[in-house]
Design a binder for this molecule. Structure first.
Ligand code: HMG
Ligand code: MG
Length: 308
Protein backbone atom coordinates (compact mmCIF):
# COMPACT_ATOMS: atom_id res chain seq x y z
CA UNK A 1 0.00 0.00 0.00
CA UNK A 2 1.40 3.38 -1.05
CA UNK A 3 1.89 5.78 1.86
CA UNK A 4 0.34 9.00 0.55
CA UNK A 5 2.26 12.25 1.12
CA UNK A 6 0.63 14.51 3.72
CA UNK A 7 0.45 17.48 1.37
CA UNK A 8 0.08 18.17 -2.32
CA UNK A 9 3.22 19.56 -3.99
CA UNK A 10 3.82 23.33 -4.01
CA UNK A 11 4.68 23.29 -7.67
CA UNK A 12 4.28 20.99 -10.64
CA UNK A 13 5.99 20.63 -13.99
CA UNK A 14 3.70 20.86 -16.98
CA UNK A 15 4.92 19.32 -20.23
CA UNK A 16 2.99 20.84 -23.12
CA UNK A 17 2.46 18.22 -25.80
CA UNK A 18 0.14 19.96 -28.27
CA UNK A 19 2.78 20.61 -30.94
CA UNK A 20 3.48 16.85 -31.09
CA UNK A 21 0.67 14.76 -29.58
CA UNK A 22 -1.86 17.48 -30.38
CA UNK A 23 -1.03 17.89 -34.03
CA UNK A 24 0.24 14.45 -35.10
CA UNK A 25 -3.25 13.10 -35.68
CA UNK A 26 -4.56 16.03 -37.73
CA UNK A 27 -5.39 14.88 -41.25
CA UNK A 28 -5.12 18.23 -43.06
CA UNK A 29 -1.62 19.52 -43.64
CA UNK A 30 -0.72 22.12 -41.03
CA UNK A 31 1.81 24.67 -42.20
CA UNK A 32 5.24 24.73 -40.62
CA UNK A 33 4.63 28.40 -39.79
CA UNK A 34 1.50 27.53 -37.77
CA UNK A 35 3.44 24.90 -35.81
CA UNK A 36 6.24 27.38 -35.13
CA UNK A 37 3.75 30.06 -34.02
CA UNK A 38 2.10 27.56 -31.65
CA UNK A 39 5.39 26.61 -30.02
CA UNK A 40 6.61 30.19 -29.72
CA UNK A 41 3.34 31.38 -28.20
CA UNK A 42 3.43 28.55 -25.65
CA UNK A 43 7.00 29.42 -24.66
CA UNK A 44 6.01 33.08 -24.40
CA UNK A 45 3.24 32.04 -21.99
CA UNK A 46 5.90 30.59 -19.69
CA UNK A 47 5.72 26.94 -20.67
CA UNK A 48 9.12 25.55 -19.73
CA UNK A 49 8.78 22.08 -21.32
CA UNK A 50 7.41 21.72 -24.82
CA UNK A 51 7.19 18.46 -26.78
CA UNK A 52 7.86 20.20 -30.05
CA UNK A 53 8.47 17.56 -32.69
CA UNK A 54 8.60 13.92 -33.64
CA UNK A 55 11.36 12.31 -35.69
CA UNK A 56 9.39 9.24 -36.69
CA UNK A 57 8.88 7.76 -40.13
CA UNK A 58 6.99 10.27 -42.33
CA UNK A 59 5.24 7.29 -43.91
CA UNK A 60 3.78 6.42 -40.53
CA UNK A 61 2.97 9.95 -39.33
CA UNK A 62 3.07 12.40 -42.27
CA UNK A 63 2.04 15.39 -40.14
CA UNK A 64 5.37 15.35 -38.30
CA UNK A 65 7.49 15.22 -41.48
CA UNK A 66 8.58 18.86 -41.15
CA UNK A 67 9.98 18.44 -37.62
CA UNK A 68 13.46 19.61 -38.60
CA UNK A 69 12.08 22.79 -40.17
CA UNK A 70 9.89 23.37 -37.11
CA UNK A 71 12.83 23.05 -34.73
CA UNK A 72 14.96 25.33 -36.89
CA UNK A 73 12.19 27.93 -37.20
CA UNK A 74 11.26 28.40 -33.55
CA UNK A 75 12.61 31.13 -31.32
CA UNK A 76 14.50 29.47 -28.49
CA UNK A 77 13.15 30.94 -25.26
CA UNK A 78 15.59 30.94 -22.38
CA UNK A 79 14.33 28.57 -19.72
CA UNK A 80 12.26 26.49 -22.13
CA UNK A 81 13.31 22.94 -23.00
CA UNK A 82 12.21 21.37 -26.26
CA UNK A 83 11.76 17.60 -26.59
CA UNK A 84 11.02 15.29 -29.49
CA UNK A 85 10.02 11.68 -30.09
CA UNK A 86 12.83 9.46 -31.39
CA UNK A 87 11.82 5.83 -32.05
CA UNK A 88 15.26 4.73 -33.27
CA UNK A 89 18.80 5.93 -34.02
CA UNK A 90 17.70 7.43 -37.33
CA UNK A 91 15.21 9.60 -35.50
CA UNK A 92 17.75 10.40 -32.81
CA UNK A 93 20.34 11.65 -35.33
CA UNK A 94 17.74 13.94 -36.90
CA UNK A 95 16.60 15.21 -33.50
CA UNK A 96 20.16 15.91 -32.40
CA UNK A 97 20.93 17.79 -35.62
CA UNK A 98 17.73 19.81 -35.14
CA UNK A 99 18.86 20.90 -31.68
CA UNK A 100 16.39 19.26 -29.28
CA UNK A 101 17.15 19.33 -25.54
CA UNK A 102 15.50 16.02 -24.69
CA UNK A 103 14.61 12.89 -26.61
CA UNK A 104 11.63 10.66 -25.95
CA UNK A 105 11.76 6.93 -26.56
CA UNK A 106 8.32 5.35 -26.58
CA UNK A 107 6.86 1.91 -26.16
CA UNK A 108 3.78 0.50 -24.41
CA UNK A 109 2.61 -1.75 -21.61
CA UNK A 110 0.59 -3.69 -24.18
CA UNK A 111 2.17 -5.90 -26.86
CA UNK A 112 -0.61 -5.34 -29.36
CA UNK A 113 -0.33 -1.55 -29.19
CA UNK A 114 3.46 -1.66 -29.46
CA UNK A 115 3.20 -3.69 -32.65
CA UNK A 116 0.68 -1.30 -34.18
CA UNK A 117 2.53 1.84 -33.09
CA UNK A 118 6.19 1.07 -33.64
CA UNK A 119 6.10 -2.23 -35.53
CA UNK A 120 7.94 -4.38 -33.01
CA UNK A 121 7.47 -6.14 -29.66
CA UNK A 122 8.05 -4.42 -26.32
CA UNK A 123 11.28 -6.41 -25.85
CA UNK A 124 12.51 -5.46 -29.34
CA UNK A 125 11.70 -1.81 -28.67
CA UNK A 126 13.83 -1.84 -25.53
CA UNK A 127 16.76 -3.34 -27.45
CA UNK A 128 16.26 -0.71 -30.17
CA UNK A 129 16.28 2.08 -27.57
CA UNK A 130 19.62 1.03 -26.07
CA UNK A 131 21.56 2.74 -28.81
CA UNK A 132 19.34 5.82 -28.66
CA UNK A 133 19.85 6.23 -24.93
CA UNK A 134 23.63 5.74 -25.15
CA UNK A 135 23.87 8.26 -27.99
CA UNK A 136 21.66 10.77 -26.18
CA UNK A 137 23.71 10.46 -23.00
CA UNK A 138 26.94 10.91 -24.97
CA UNK A 139 25.45 14.06 -26.51
CA UNK A 140 24.40 15.39 -23.10
CA UNK A 141 20.66 15.17 -23.76
CA UNK A 142 18.14 13.98 -21.23
CA UNK A 143 16.01 10.96 -22.07
CA UNK A 144 12.35 10.46 -21.32
CA UNK A 145 10.69 7.10 -21.69
CA UNK A 146 7.01 7.10 -22.57
CA UNK A 147 4.79 4.09 -21.91
CA UNK A 148 1.45 3.95 -23.71
CA UNK A 149 -1.62 2.04 -22.59
CA UNK A 150 -0.76 1.93 -18.89
CA UNK A 151 -4.44 2.03 -17.95
CA UNK A 152 -5.97 0.17 -20.88
CA UNK A 153 -5.32 -0.79 -24.49
CA UNK A 154 -7.55 -0.31 -27.54
CA UNK A 155 -6.64 -3.81 -28.79
CA UNK A 156 -6.02 -5.83 -25.65
CA UNK A 157 -8.44 -4.22 -23.18
CA UNK A 158 -7.30 -4.37 -19.55
CA UNK A 159 -3.60 -3.91 -18.84
CA UNK A 160 -2.33 -5.38 -15.53
CA UNK A 161 -0.29 -3.00 -13.36
CA UNK A 162 2.41 -5.71 -13.28
CA UNK A 163 2.95 -5.16 -17.02
CA UNK A 164 3.46 -1.43 -16.44
CA UNK A 165 5.95 -2.23 -13.67
CA UNK A 166 7.90 -4.52 -16.02
CA UNK A 167 8.22 -1.86 -18.73
CA UNK A 168 9.11 0.89 -16.23
CA UNK A 169 11.86 -1.39 -14.88
CA UNK A 170 13.23 -1.93 -18.40
CA UNK A 171 13.26 1.80 -19.16
CA UNK A 172 14.87 2.51 -15.80
CA UNK A 173 17.61 -0.03 -16.58
CA UNK A 174 18.17 1.71 -19.91
CA UNK A 175 18.85 4.95 -18.02
CA UNK A 176 15.76 7.09 -18.61
CA UNK A 177 15.74 10.31 -16.60
CA UNK A 178 11.96 10.48 -16.52
CA UNK A 179 9.20 8.01 -17.37
CA UNK A 180 5.71 8.84 -18.62
CA UNK A 181 2.72 6.81 -17.51
CA UNK A 182 0.29 7.33 -20.38
CA UNK A 183 -3.40 6.63 -20.55
CA UNK A 184 -3.43 6.68 -24.34
CA UNK A 185 -7.15 6.08 -24.74
CA UNK A 186 -8.29 7.91 -21.61
CA UNK A 187 -10.10 4.97 -20.03
CA UNK A 188 -8.50 4.95 -16.58
CA UNK A 189 -10.18 6.08 -13.38
CA UNK A 190 -8.81 7.50 -10.15
CA UNK A 191 -8.44 4.37 -8.01
CA UNK A 192 -6.76 2.58 -10.90
CA UNK A 193 -4.34 5.50 -11.24
CA UNK A 194 -3.49 5.15 -7.56
CA UNK A 195 -2.99 1.39 -7.91
CA UNK A 196 -0.58 1.84 -10.82
CA UNK A 197 1.54 4.50 -9.07
CA UNK A 198 1.47 2.43 -5.87
CA UNK A 199 2.82 -0.53 -7.85
CA UNK A 200 5.61 1.70 -9.17
CA UNK A 201 6.66 3.04 -5.78
CA UNK A 202 10.15 1.64 -5.01
CA UNK A 203 10.61 0.83 -8.72
CA UNK A 204 11.23 4.37 -10.00
CA UNK A 205 11.00 7.65 -8.04
CA UNK A 206 7.42 8.94 -8.13
CA UNK A 207 8.87 12.42 -8.52
CA UNK A 208 10.26 11.37 -11.91
CA UNK A 209 7.15 9.63 -13.17
CA UNK A 210 4.66 11.73 -15.07
CA UNK A 211 0.95 11.47 -15.76
CA UNK A 212 0.08 11.69 -19.47
CA UNK A 213 -3.69 11.48 -19.47
CA UNK A 214 -5.94 11.62 -22.50
CA UNK A 215 -9.45 12.80 -21.73
CA UNK A 216 -11.55 10.50 -23.90
CA UNK A 217 -13.84 9.47 -21.02
CA UNK A 218 -13.63 12.80 -19.17
CA UNK A 219 -11.47 11.36 -16.38
CA UNK A 220 -8.20 13.18 -16.96
CA UNK A 221 -8.50 15.95 -14.33
CA UNK A 222 -9.70 13.49 -11.71
CA UNK A 223 -6.81 11.21 -12.61
CA UNK A 224 -4.36 14.10 -12.27
CA UNK A 225 -5.74 14.86 -8.83
CA UNK A 226 -5.37 11.20 -7.86
CA UNK A 227 -1.79 11.20 -9.17
CA UNK A 228 -1.02 14.41 -7.24
CA UNK A 229 -2.20 12.68 -4.09
CA UNK A 230 0.26 9.87 -4.80
CA UNK A 231 3.18 12.30 -5.01
CA UNK A 232 3.38 12.68 -8.80
CA UNK A 233 4.12 16.22 -9.93
CA UNK A 234 4.84 16.07 -13.65
CA UNK A 235 1.84 16.26 -15.94
CA UNK A 236 1.42 16.36 -19.69
CA UNK A 237 -1.31 18.44 -21.27
CA UNK A 238 -2.25 19.89 -24.60
CA UNK A 239 -3.54 23.39 -25.25
CA UNK A 240 -7.20 23.39 -26.40
CA UNK A 241 -7.25 19.66 -25.58
CA UNK A 242 -5.76 18.77 -28.96
CA UNK A 243 -4.50 15.29 -29.55
CA UNK A 244 -4.90 11.66 -30.29
CA UNK A 245 -2.72 8.85 -31.47
CA UNK A 246 -3.03 7.57 -35.05
CA UNK A 247 -2.66 4.03 -33.70
CA UNK A 248 -5.29 4.36 -30.95
CA UNK A 249 -8.52 4.75 -32.89
CA UNK A 250 -11.28 6.57 -31.03
CA UNK A 251 -8.90 8.16 -28.54
CA UNK A 252 -9.42 11.88 -28.24
CA UNK A 253 -7.12 14.61 -27.05
CA UNK A 254 -4.91 15.05 -24.06
CA UNK A 255 -6.29 16.87 -21.07
CA UNK A 256 -6.42 20.59 -21.94
CA UNK A 257 -3.58 22.69 -20.55
CA UNK A 258 -6.00 25.50 -19.70
CA UNK A 259 -8.04 23.11 -17.51
CA UNK A 260 -4.95 21.77 -15.75
CA UNK A 261 -3.68 25.29 -15.06
CA UNK A 262 -7.07 26.29 -13.65
CA UNK A 263 -7.05 23.23 -11.38
CA UNK A 264 -3.52 23.98 -10.18
CA UNK A 265 -4.38 27.64 -9.60
CA UNK A 266 -7.33 26.56 -7.46
CA UNK A 267 -5.11 24.21 -5.47
CA UNK A 268 -2.51 26.95 -4.95
CA UNK A 269 0.07 24.94 -6.91
CA UNK A 270 2.63 26.91 -8.92
CA UNK A 271 3.13 26.10 -12.62
CA UNK A 272 5.05 29.18 -13.79
CA UNK A 273 2.61 29.46 -16.71
CA UNK A 274 0.34 32.40 -17.53
CA UNK A 275 -3.18 30.96 -17.87
CA UNK A 276 -4.57 34.03 -19.68
CA UNK A 277 -1.88 33.75 -22.35
CA UNK A 278 -2.44 30.01 -22.77
CA UNK A 279 -6.17 30.66 -23.24
CA UNK A 280 -5.26 32.92 -26.17
CA UNK A 281 -2.95 30.25 -27.60
CA UNK A 282 -5.82 27.75 -27.39
CA UNK A 283 -8.06 30.15 -29.28
CA UNK A 284 -5.36 30.76 -31.88
CA UNK A 285 -4.67 27.10 -32.62
CA UNK A 286 -8.36 26.11 -32.58
CA UNK A 287 -9.08 28.77 -35.18
CA UNK A 288 -6.01 27.88 -37.23
CA UNK A 289 -7.14 24.23 -37.36
CA UNK A 290 -10.83 25.06 -37.76
CA UNK A 291 -11.61 22.96 -34.69
CA UNK A 292 -13.80 23.61 -31.67
CA UNK A 293 -11.74 24.28 -28.57
CA UNK A 294 -11.86 21.13 -26.38
CA UNK A 295 -10.81 22.95 -23.22
CA UNK A 296 -13.63 23.82 -20.79
CA UNK A 297 -11.75 26.65 -19.11
CA UNK A 298 -10.47 28.35 -22.29
CA UNK A 299 -13.84 29.16 -23.88
CA UNK A 300 -15.34 29.98 -20.45
CA UNK A 301 -12.65 32.58 -19.76
CA UNK A 302 -12.88 33.97 -23.29
CA UNK A 303 -16.66 34.36 -22.92
CA UNK A 304 -16.28 35.96 -19.49
CA UNK A 305 -13.69 38.40 -20.77
CA UNK A 306 -15.88 39.28 -23.76
CA UNK A 307 -18.70 40.21 -21.36
CA UNK A 308 -16.49 42.45 -19.21
P1 HMG B 1 9.47 0.37 -39.72
O1 HMG B 1 8.73 0.51 -41.03
O2 HMG B 1 9.39 -0.94 -39.02
O3 HMG B 1 11.00 0.82 -39.86
O4 HMG B 1 8.95 1.50 -38.76
P2 HMG B 1 12.21 0.38 -40.70
O5 HMG B 1 13.39 0.52 -39.83
O6 HMG B 1 11.94 -0.95 -41.38
O7 HMG B 1 12.27 1.52 -41.85
C1 HMG B 1 11.30 1.60 -42.88
C2 HMG B 1 11.41 2.95 -43.55
O8 HMG B 1 11.15 4.00 -42.59
C3 HMG B 1 12.79 3.26 -44.12
O9 HMG B 1 12.59 4.09 -45.26
C4 HMG B 1 13.44 4.09 -43.05
O10 HMG B 1 14.43 4.96 -43.56
C5 HMG B 1 12.27 4.90 -42.55
P3 HMG B 1 12.59 3.49 -46.77
O11 HMG B 1 13.91 2.82 -46.89
O12 HMG B 1 11.42 2.52 -46.81
O13 HMG B 1 12.38 4.70 -47.60
N1 HMG B 1 12.46 5.34 -41.15
C6 HMG B 1 12.48 6.61 -40.75
N2 HMG B 1 12.33 7.77 -41.40
C7 HMG B 1 12.43 8.90 -40.68
N3 HMG B 1 12.64 8.92 -39.36
C8 HMG B 1 12.80 7.78 -38.67
C9 HMG B 1 12.71 6.56 -39.37
N4 HMG B 1 12.82 5.28 -38.99
C10 HMG B 1 12.67 4.54 -40.09
N5 HMG B 1 13.01 7.81 -37.35
C11 HMG B 1 9.16 3.02 -36.92
C12 HMG B 1 9.41 1.60 -37.42
C13 HMG B 1 9.36 3.00 -35.43
C14 HMG B 1 10.14 3.95 -37.58
C15 HMG B 1 7.71 3.40 -37.30
O14 HMG B 1 6.85 2.43 -36.82
C16 HMG B 1 7.31 4.74 -36.75
O15 HMG B 1 7.80 5.77 -37.17
N6 HMG B 1 6.34 4.75 -35.77
C17 HMG B 1 5.95 5.95 -35.12
C18 HMG B 1 4.51 5.89 -34.78
C19 HMG B 1 4.14 7.17 -34.07
O16 HMG B 1 4.76 8.19 -34.22
N7 HMG B 1 3.05 7.09 -33.25
C20 HMG B 1 2.57 8.22 -32.53
C21 HMG B 1 3.48 8.65 -31.41
S1 HMG B 1 3.32 7.66 -29.95
C22 HMG B 1 2.02 8.40 -29.08
O17 HMG B 1 1.36 9.27 -29.58
C23 HMG B 1 1.79 7.96 -27.68
C24 HMG B 1 2.25 8.99 -26.63
O18 HMG B 1 1.59 10.24 -26.81
C25 HMG B 1 1.91 8.47 -25.24
C26 HMG B 1 0.45 8.03 -25.15
O19 HMG B 1 -0.45 8.84 -25.14
O20 HMG B 1 0.27 6.81 -25.12
C27 HMG B 1 3.77 9.19 -26.70
MG1 MG C 1 -0.46 10.74 -26.02
Amino acid sequence: MLKLPEQLPKQVKIVEVAPRDGLQNEKAVISTQTKIALIDQLADAGVSHIEAASFVSPKWVPQMADSTAVMQGITRFQGTRYSALTPNLQGFEAALAAGVDEVVIFTAASEAFTQKNINCSIAQSVVRFEGVVRAAQAAGLTVRGSISCCLGCPYQGDVPAADVVRVVSSLKDLGCDEIDIADTIGVGTAEQVKRVYAALDNIFPLSKLSGHFHDTYGQALTNIYAALQCGVHIFHSSVAGLGGCPYALGATGNVATEDVLYLMQGLGIETGIDLAKVVKVGDFISQALGRSNQSRVGPALLARNARL
